[in-house]
Design a protein around this ligand. Structure first.
Ligand SMILES: [Zn+2]
Ligand SMILES: [Zn+2]
Length: 139
């Protein structure tokens, strides 16, 4: 994704496109997998760790990225589609590869949350498929 598009994506979510924010978003946009905080830190080795963390929290708040609980214990982050509002309708399946440990977003596999029983309030949902990813299965 080009520098201009990175800036546009930030502005579209009302985020001031500082150099650091552009770097963090670029890292996430360049990957087709979800990244954990240590993985993002590794790609930005000269950046201050607490700044990276704060940037991710801001992105999450602004629904630019979504956090994924894939059951491994490490929260992973992936960019959202431009039309995403992180509502139940935007939920999708994630895939955890048991060989390489990579977590993929399957954005074209939505999770359908039917209406909950009376007085039950929705908070979050995760649907993780475990298996072997295309990269590992064809190796
Ligand atoms: Zn794999
Ligand atoms: Zn996802």
């Amino acid at each position: 994704m080009s520098q201009v598009n990175i800036e546009k994506k930030l502005l579209a979510r009302n985020i001031k496109p500082t150099a650091m924010r552009q770097l963090v978003l670029k890292v996430l946009e360049e990957e087709d997998i979800a990244l954990s905080l240590p993985e993002i830190e590794q790609k930005l080795e000269y950046a201050d760790k607490s700044t990276i963390y704060r940037t991710l929290k801001l992105f999450e708040e602004k629904k630019l990225i979504h956090a994924i609980d894939d059951g491994t214990g490490a929260t992973k982050y992936a960019s959202c589609d431009d039309s995403c509002n992180c509502l139940p309708d935007d939920l999708h399946v994630h895939f955890l590869c048991v060989k390489c440990g990579k977590t993929y977003c399957f954005k074209d596999m939505p999770i359908k949350i039917e209406s909950l029983p009376k007085n039950f309030i929705f908070e979050s949902a995760s649907f993780v498929i475990k298996g072997v990813c295309a990269e590992c299965s064809t190796r």
